[in-house]
Design a protein around this ligand. Sequence first.
Ligand code: G3H
Ligand code: 13P
Ligand code: ZN
Length: 332
Amino acid sequence: MVSYKELGLVNTREMFAKAVKGGYAIPAFNFNTMEQMQAIVQAAVETKSPVIMQVSKGARNYANATILRYMAQGAVEYAKELGCPNPQIVLHLDHGDTFELCKDCIDMGFSSVMIDGSSLPYEENIALAKKVVDYAHKYDVTVEAELGVLAGVEDEVSSAVSHYTKPEEVIDFSQRTGCDSLAISIGTSHGAYKFTPAQCTRDPKTGKLVPPPLAFDILHEIEKKLPGFPIVLHGSSSVPQDEVDTINKYGGKLPDAVGIPEEQLREASKSAVCKINIDSDSRLAMTAAIRKYLAENPSHFDPRQYLKPARENMKKMYIHKIVNVLGSNDKL
Ligand code: G3H
Ligand code: 13P
Ligand code: ZN
């Protein structure tokens, strides 16, 4: 059993309370590789932002759970080396689907876990989340649970349909589970194809797809039911069109990829939404930079040559999100 406190990590409790009060959101960036980790830490340090580094089941399968845990510990030391004496870094399990997986992460030093029982019947979702909360709270680890189902397909997270969160359920759910934060469904979804062209309108000037707005009415109803309670938005990549265009220009094929407009995320950040999950935008930033670099430098084959611009491009994107979308800069 390793306590996250020994690793210099923090849980989300105080971070979320400050974010809700201050009208900003904490970035929750997924990481699978060293370059993503470095870019996240550099961006957080340069902007003086707290940050959540999150690991999915897929990331654990790809990179190895132990390696990722030590990378998060390394992230704390790296942040200090970069000049941040008291970094606020959370190591979070993203979309944990069983009690055993959550327990394993808690036991190896995670400071926060998500138990995603959103596809289960209501009572089963409550029972599973409560079991995780009871275990996690013994070690002062915070727990995110989810109510409502997001649309979209992701490697380990799939759901063909979207069911918005029912505001009338949130009080009962949060009280009976004891969860520390609640992920809700208000129209975001995972991946780079959040909406079909049929669900969007086309901007006559640019020809680009304009997605339907998020259900802010539901968010506001939930806020009224649970004043000050930390709310989480998954599936919040914006799928920047310049990155998509770069990928397509250099041999990629991402037709009609579309995300959540940043103005809407900016608006959500000012509410009780205090954690915003971004993964796909990092994948796009990395892939765009690598495709461009390799197309322009066909004789190069040292991974450091193409991973360096990839890391730079991700860092630029992370800084942009922190400063221009979530507003979590200058909070350390
Ligand atoms: O919400 C899902 C995250 O984007 C993680 O995706 O399961 O492919 O690692 P993944
Ligand atoms: P995106 O696919 O929109 O980046 O969402 C990531 C996410 O919700 C991770 O849990
Ligand atoms: Zn998610």
